[in-house]
Design a protein around this ligand. Sequence first.
Ligand code: 5AD
Ligand code: SF4
Length: 479
Amino acid sequence: MKEFNQQITEQLNSVQETGRQLEFIEKAKGYVKKLEEQLGHKPTCCVTTFGCQMNARDSEKLSGILEKAGYELIEDEDADFVIYNTCTVRDNANQRVYGRLGHLNSLKKKKPHKKIALCGCMMQEPSVIEKIRQSYRFVDLIFGTHNIYKFAELLVNMFEADGMVIDIWKDTDQIVEDLPVERKYPFKSGINIMFGCNNFCSYCIVPYVRGRERSRNPKDIIREIEALVADGVVEVMLLGQNVNSYGKNLEQPITFAQLLKEIEKIDGLQRIRFMTSHPKDLSDELIQVMKESTKICRHLHLPLQSGSTRILNAMNRRYTKEQYLALAEKIRKEIPDISITTDIIVGFPGEEPSDVDETIDVIRRVQYDNAFTFIYSKRTGTPAAAMENQVPEDIVKEGFDRLLKVVQDTARERISRLQGQTMEALVEEANEQEEGLLTGRLSNNTIVHFKGDTSLIGQIVPIYLKECHGFYYLGELKR
Ligand code: 5AD
Ligand code: SF4
């Protein structure tokens, strides 16, 4: 009974908070209107996203609120208001933000009413806030990952404040539903099914900046997807740092596989994707549900990180090379047409060339359709950053190049197996490089370019896969 009461209280809090934020949107409207009168045009706003699909989804939430508040959304940083939604998973993402902030400052000097906001994972690091406070005084608003739902309120604070507004929370258990969202694509959408991560892989900063694992209520997820489908969405991407542990902390626990079965029932929804899966939590139940599904895409992103059991152990990944290989084999046996992609880190502390050989061995055996390879980046505060045996840059580079070559060769060979087949693609956009070409995505996530009219965007159409060009195809529309 106590648990039930707690659940009701949480839901009431969430509804109340949504109401509060909607009131702040109304208040923000007043300020934006005033600015419009001052400028003589609708104020413009640009949301720039760094990092992963989670951030891309968060940016859609920010955009939804900005649009409701009266801003015109544009993709030009000369806008009246610029927001950087930052990433901190690797240090080069941080450096890019600092570099581009300098440019924003010069734009602001020419346009003194310009506002600049920073949010996202990087802002959860105290050292970053200190640096911005000292060296980037021209920033108007800073907030983090846990309080993004109160963006409307922060916007009002920013308009009312004299100096820089900073609001960072260490953690939260609050999940606020039903705030406005402005989607980038009308026909596909990301959906957060959970937030945070409890895994603490020893190299990774995410658990520190995104907090502990929290799953959304299945009913809220289903309701959101039903509303999206009614609004023209045919493909959803379920998002979480570790979707395979979805539902474990709910009052009424449910598995990720059970959630997928419920989502499959939604009429009008045609494709379901998800990411990311941690190999240690991938269940037989999930494999069966994927196998039997007509909507779940034939693609699994299954981060390996390293093929060396010794390094995996130091990374705190909680599986061995053999366990990973056995899992990949089981998946391929049950779902032969599936494509598997992965993430790999080269240069983790203590990694020897023989460890890279082990990783290369896994790449050859699993035959990935694609692998995202990263050079290890030392993240302050993670256990790996304190390890003494950091690998010298030239050795890392040598291992990285060697590994990348194998990834490219095996992926090309693997993807070329589809040549000559006709497969369905969701048409996503007009190709930016070549006029008259469209870009579509197969169920297995492979990209195909083909000639066609832009009226096809958002539809699922049959495409003849004519020529394989490494990671993508040139195809022909079949009618
Ligand atoms: N250095 C390099 N790559 C990292 N990743 C996460 N943390 C680090 C780090 N410190 C990679 C992992 C993860 C992907 C999203 O980013 O491969 O799967
Ligand atoms: Fe980082 Fe590991 Fe969590 Fe992924 S599972 S977000 S790599 S700690």
